[in-house]
Design a protein around this ligand. Sequence first.
Ligand SMILES: [Zn+2]
Length: 66
Amino acid sequence: MCQHNPRCPDADSADRDQAQLVTQAVSQGWGRRCNGLLTFDDTGGLLPDGRIIAPQRPLPTLAGAA
Ligand SMILES: [Zn+2]
């Protein structure tokens, strides 16, 4: 688990996306954080237990769809 000091926020905490990045696939648009959270360039995420976090901002493709 987390070896950082101070310890990274848990995946269940509100500041979960402040955990340190341990893997980052820039070309694929995602990164994995120390607490197991996957974060995506669209600001969405995937928790270690499989729950999905909806993107926190509108996607550019939706803005001009109407
Ligand atoms: Zn950590």
